[in-house]
Design a protein around this ligand. Structure first.
Ligand code: TYR
Length: 879
């Protein structure tokens, strides 16, 4: 247990700040093991807060205080109170602005939590969201206190030739003793979580962007010297993002300089600090031979995400951390649409829904379920969740669906116009959408306060005499007491047997190209379709129009029909997923009865038809040919049977490969022959489908399939091809396995991000020796518990992407994970608590596994000095 019982913070207790900070003048003397901070604040009593004479409470953690002066007069120790979390000054002026000068020191090198000021390789950098600024100096560390920052950095010229902070560089100079200084000024008010500084030996690439109003912006990407040849894609992505936000949302960049710095040690993906984004190297560095096509796509997506935050997050920020989805949900929605426009809309939607359904749905059904606007937290870092981000984005998407694109953009414009420069709430966002469109969103607002994934049950009755179809939709949220009745947009189309769409209508419902958006607002509601000439085949929840689970029975023949004919790219894919999933579930039953397995013709025929099809979007065809993930299948079982899922799914994969070897091989060759290593979407599509074919073929474990994988590995022009081949080799009985792994390591030992792949491919292997391999990788000289990317690539991959081995019956996987969590707890609580997530779903498993997982959770909770982060996740999951 932690020493004092961790406190819970509630949304209902929000109150306005008593004091406001107008300006912040920061002065840093930087060394790796010792940084001195002088902070001069101008402070006023907040006129909006009626309480007078409140003490001034500044938050600060892990700081060594040297001195405080109020209006130039040094305070004696009796004039303030200091504890582990705050500095309180009881008596401060109420009617005038006053200044406070605080001097303190910190030790960046000792900071393995990577929050506040820390060291990555040899550079110094900061991470302040959510509450890291208080580890730099004493402050009103809350997002509704917005101030203007000026920052001066002083450091050794040789060790730290580059000194960066937010805004514009306004002055610089040299000092004696080989030191230099730079002053940065950020003209925009911002909350302290958007503060950043970076100091180090960095190289940069530079480019320019002309904004829609003709302003010239300098763009710079800073990296360590040996990475300078891997920045071009990030730069292009930044320019694409800037243009896209102008064209799509009419938003222009506001400073003259935009900087991105890539750091090797980072807890999350990236951070949108004003004018100075700090990125995990994973989302910046790319060269065709070191990064996969997916890496390229993710880099563009994350660069876009952080860039879009400049308006949705920085210019307009959150009033308090409960409103996190205000900036993150909206910004994820924006980056999803950006990527969709840059790549394939169909594939992007499928990838996003896949991620949502396998991971967010599990979170929303488990002990840590929370609404996209949570009501309570112990540690806010635990609420950077899939729910706040991904479900938050789905909620924004539903608003667009309900309002229509045009009204949605009017709403966005109104939101920007009303709230620029403010710290606001989710309610302000919905209000702007409502005001701009006149659409009543009162019931829709419940999505912000209701946790859990709704189940929508679908029943249909066709009346041939009346030529009408009655669709009965009912909603419920399993596991949530007194669940609210939500306002759910359900897009529907009806198909005739000949594959054409029917021209049916529903009263008061607009149809666009014969697609209707039904608005489900009741617990149970009938929708009557008129003008339905024959029994229709229903395509429902098109485009995944709401984050819900559908409950309906649809015969395999109808699913196969939709897989052939649906003109909604999402639902066409979805039909294939449902078809395959129901076959896998039947096989699971067969396994349990101990009978022998066989694969139905309908699946082989459907796959054969897709394999023989041509399409300009090969990435999409690859999605159609992909089986549902094990985690997604697990989501749908009352008691997860990891082994049966794995075996049934593998059986399907192997059988398809065996029955369709000829077609799959042909498709492979056809798309492999002219591999040029290009990065356009046609070339990416070819690689995606080709590597899927390779994966199928390697299930056959024949000499031919081994040879094919090995050839691709040895001659690969891109990392996409090399790692796909290595994956196939590692997951089969390929005799070249050890040699390839060794060769890959030799080839890439100096590229940290590639070595991460080397770890994770082994950690997620389904081969029988995986656990032993994982244990030995933990002792590998390249493994480092202090590097979050490395931890995720080994511990994360094993516990989150390797269900069969992680859930081994004897509990060794759970124990392994708990050991790592306990070791990480004192080094990096944020990463430790993320790793606990693989234990939180224990209720989903059989009794024996439940007990083993609970034991490990209890062991974790009883660790000495358990962090708030880990304590909150572990204790809530046992409650
Ligand atoms: N705001 C960041 C984003 O773009 C996420 C983030 C949060 C990054 C906390 C770091 C961190 O410590 O999503």
């Amino acid at each position: 247990m932690p020493e004092a019982k961790p406190q819970t913070i509630y949304l209902k207790n929000y109150h306005e700040p008593e004091y406001l900070i107008e300006t912040v003048d920061l002065n840093f003397i930087l060394e790796a093991e010792y940084a001195r901070v002088v902070s001069r604040l101008t402070i006023t009593h907040n006129p909006d807060n009626k309480a007078r004479n409140a003490a001034l409470v500044l938050l600060g953690e892990e700081l060594t205080l040297i001195s405080i002066a109020l209006n130039g007069v040094t305070l004696t120790t009796s004039q303030y109170k200091l504890n582990d979390e705050s500095l309180t000054i009881a008596d401060v002026p109420q009617n005038t602005t006053f200044t406070l000068a605080i001097e303190n020191t910190i030790n960046p090198k000792a900071n393995s939590a990577l929050e506040g000021l820390f060291v990555s390789n040899d550079m110094l950098c900061t991470q302040c969201e959510a509450q890291g600024f208080r580890k730099i100096t004493y402050f009103l560390d809350r997002p509704d206190v917005m101030a203007r920052f000026t920052t001066t950095l002083i450091a050794d010229k040789t060790l730290y030739p580059v000194l960066l902070s937010n805004g514009n560089k306004v002055a610089q100079g040299e000092l004696i003793d080989n030191r230099h200084w730079v002053t940065w000024e950020d003209p925009f008010k911002k909350p302290c979580y958007l503060f950043a500084l970076v100091a180090g030996q960095l190289e940069c690439i530079e480019d320019h962007f002309t904004t829609m109003s003709g302003r010239d912006i300098t763009l710079k990407i800073f990296v360590e010297a040996h990475d300078i040849d891997k920045c071009a894609h990030a730069m292009q992505s930044l320019k694409n993002s800037m243009r896209w936000d102008e064209v799509t949302y009419g938003r222009e960049y506001d400073l003259d300089l935009y900087m991105i710095v890539a750091v090797g040690h980072f807890n999350m993906g990236a951070m949108e600090n004003k004018g100075l984004n700090v990125f995990n190297t994973k989302f910046v560095l790319a060269r065709p031979d070191t990064a996969t096509d997916m890496d390229y796509e993710h880099i563009e997506g994350v660069i876009g995400h952080e860039y879009f935050h400049n308006w949705t997050g920085n210019r307009i920020t959150c009033r308090d951390w409960f409103q996190l989805s205000l900036k993150e949900g909206f910004t994820v929605f924006r980056d999803q649409e950006f990527t969709a426009d840059q790549t394939s809309k169909a594939v992007k939607r499928i990838d996003d829904v896949n991620a949502l359904r396998t991971r967010q749905f599990a979170e929303d059904a488990g002990p840590l379920a929370h609404p996209i606007r949570p009501e309570a937290y112990i540690e806010i870092n635990n609420f950077y969740t899939l729910t706040v981000y991904e479900k938050g984005a789905e909620v924004v998407r539903m608003i667009r669906t309900l309002l229509g694109t045009e009204n949605f953009h009017k709403g966005a414009d109104l939101y920007f116009q009303r709230h620029d420069g403010q710290a606001v709430t989710c309610e302000h966002f919905v209000q702007a959408m409502e005001d701009a469109s006149n659409k009543d969103l009162s019931q829709f607002r419940r999505w912000y306060s209701q946790a859990g994934t709704p189940v929508v049950k679908v029943e249909q009755t066709y009346d041939a005499a009346k030529q009408s179809l009655t669709l009965t939709l009912s909603q419920s949220i399993p596991g949530q007491k007194n669940a609210a009745v939500l306002h759910i947009p359900v897009k529907v189309a009806l198909f005739s047997e000949d594959g054409t769409i029917m021209d049916a209508s529903v009263v008061d419902t607009v149809a666009i190209n014969n697609e209707l958006t039904l608005e489900l607002r009741e617990q149970t509601q009938d929708f009557i379709f008129e003008n339905v000439p024959g029994t229709p085949i229903l395509s429902i929840l098109r485009g995944f129009s709401a984050p819900v689970k559908l409950q309906m029975s649809q015969p395999l023949t109808e699913l196969a029909f939709l897989l052939r004919h649906d003109n909604d790219s999402f639902n066409r894919w979805e039909a294939g997923q449902k078809l395959t999933a129901s076959i896998i579930f039947e096989l699971i039953d067969t396994i349990k009865q101990g009978k022998s397995l066989s694969i139905p013709e309908i699946l082989i025929d459907s796959f054969k038809a897709i394999l023989e099809q041509t399409s300009p979007d090969l990435s999409y065809l690859a999605c159609l040919l992909s089986l549902p993930a094990e985690n997604y299948l697990a989501e749908q079982m009352p008691v997860v049977d990891v082994e049966a899922i794995h075996h049934a799914r593998q059986f399907v994969k192997r059988s398809l490969a065996a029955h369709l070897t000829e077609q799959i091989s042909a498709l492979y060759l056809q798309n492999h022959q002219q591999e040029t290593g290009e990065l356009n979407s046609a070339a990416i599509g070819k690689r995606r489908i080709k590597n899927l074919c390779l994966d199928y073929l390697s299930q056959l474990n024949t000499d031919d399939s081994h040879q094919l994988a090995h050839n691709q590995f040895a001659n690969a022009k891109t990392m996409t091809d090399q790692i796909a081949a290595l994956g196939s080799i590692v997951n089969s009985e390929n005799p070249e396995k050890q040699a390839c792994l060794q060769q890959f390591y030799q080839q890439w030992q100096d590229e940290a991000l590639v070595i991460d792949k080397w770890f994770s491919i082994q950690a997620s292997s389904t081969q029988p020796d995986t656990f032993t391999v994982v244990q030995s990788l933990l002792r590998h000289s390249a493994f480092d518990l202090k590097n979050p990317n490395r931890v995720r690539s080994l511990v994360g991959a094993f516990s989150q992407a390797n269900p069969v081995h992680y859930h081994a019956k004897n509990g060794q996987g759970y124990q392994f994970l708990a050991d790592q969590v306990i070791a990480l707890n004192s080094l990096n609580p944020q990463v430790a608590s993320r790793m606990v997530s693989a234990l939180t779903q224990w209720r989903r498993f059989d009794k024996q596994r439940q007990d083993l997982m609970k034991q490990q959770l209890e062991r974790i909770i009883n660790t000495d000095n358990i962090s708030k982060d880990v304590f909150e996740i572990a204790s809530k999951s046992l409650a």
